[in-house]
Design a protein around this ligand. Structure first.
Ligand code: AMP
Ligand code: MG
Length: 335
């Protein structure tokens, strides 16, 4: 009895110290989300990552480096930047390509063009420049201008042989329909390699996730109502995978009551009018980015059956309503 009494204060101190350590350790493992946003590629890029006080610095550093990927790719491939590779390549007729990103983007986007029978087409730059979206008092192009641009555009006119690109004079390559998805995948890969286990990379609506949110639940992604973007029409949950939305409400102008938006129908040279928004879920962000643009052009019926054949999920909205792929039914919670 005497011994216990004698050592009681020591036991007490040890217990308190152990308790403090236990609480501190628990604290350093407490999960929470950090969120960072920057403006690149004409849009907001947001990265959300789950971290703990212990891993905070590592997580911040990974996010910072992921943003550098967006910054560098924007510099290289911005269609309107005179110092970009894309402007340089657009001035050439025959070019040996050294840059790895450029070679990959060319090959991948031409593959996507074949896969979608040209509904996704990275050679529509000559048409893109005709629509003064974002400028003051915009006026749409004349039918003659469109006809002229159509004549020099089209993925079948472009040949990539090894690292040599051949294309007709006047044809302008534009990676606008795929660059964000490509950048999201590269940023996602960097985060994962740095050991970040739970995060979202959102490049202006091109989203790829990994793991779960801070509560250990799958990430929730809202699908915007295309005619009232402050509202969402539904929510999907994702643990892996990527999702992208293409819409006529993202970049457009009105002229004499008609909407002229940024997604071009390669057959007509005019904006694609079959859809108002198209959302695609796919294993990578570049695939969902390319295919959301492509199925937007295809329209509801053709677009949904194309996605079903590819075993992918999606939702296409037009003026009359919306359709979802078979596998998507029950996976989306409608508001
Ligand atoms: P997204 O927002 O991903 O659907 O991409 C739209 C952007 O892709 C446009 O701003 C253009 O730069 C480019 N684009 C327009 N029409 C097409 C098309 N049919 N195929 C591929 N890229 C396109
Ligand atoms: Mg796209």
């Amino acid at each position: 009895m005497g011994t216990i009494k004698k050592y009681f204060p020591v036991f007490l101190i040890i217990s308190v110290v152990v308790l403090i350590f236990a609480i501190k350790r628990e604290d350093s493992r407490q999960k929470y989300e950090i969120r960072q946003t920057h403006f690149f590629m004409d849009t907001y890029i947001e990265i959300v990552a789950v971290t703990t006080p212990k891993d905070k610095d590592k997580t911040y550093k990974a996010i910072q480096d992921a943003f550098v990927i967006f910054q560098n790719l924007e510099k290289k491939f911005n269609f309107y930047n005179h110092k970009s590779y894309i402007q340089w390549i657009n001035e050439q007729i025959e070019t040996p390509i050294k840059d790895k990103d450029l070679l990959y983007l060319l090959q991948y986007s031409l593959d996507m063009a074949k896969l979608t029978q040209g509904c996704f087409d990275p050679t529509l730059g000559a048409l893109k420049v005709l629509y003064p979206i974002g400028e003051e008092n915009p006026v749409p192009p004349s039918p003659q201008e469109i006809e002229q641009a159509l004549k020099v555009s089209g993925y079948k006119k472009v040949h990539l042989k090894g690292n040599k690109l051949e294309k007709p004079k006047g044809l302008l390559i534009d990676f606008g329909g795929i660059l964000k998805g490509y950048a999201v995948d590269k940023a996602w890969e960097l985060m994962r390699k740095r050991g970040i286990k739970n995060f979202i990379v959102n490049g202006g609506g091109n989203i790829r996730v990994h793991g779960n949110n801070a509560k250990g639940k799958p990430w929730h992604i809202g699908i915007e109502n295309p005619r009232n973007t402050s509202k969402i029409i539904g929510v999907i949950t994702l643990s892996e995978n990527a999702v992208a939305t293409s819409g006529d409400y993202q970049r457009y102008f009105f002229y004499k009551g008609k909407r002229y938006h940024h997604i071009i129908d390669p057959k007509t040279g005019y904006p694609a009018y079959k859809s108002i928004s198209a959302t695609v879920i796919a294993p990578t962000a570049k695939l969902s980015d390319a295919l959301s643009t492509a199925v937007f052009v295809m329209g509801r019926e053709k677009g949904i059956s194309f996605l079903e054949k590819m075993n992918l999920q999606g939702i296409i909205i037009d003026e009359k309503g919306y359709s979802v792929t078979k596998g998507f039914k029950g996976k989306i919670k409608y508001n």
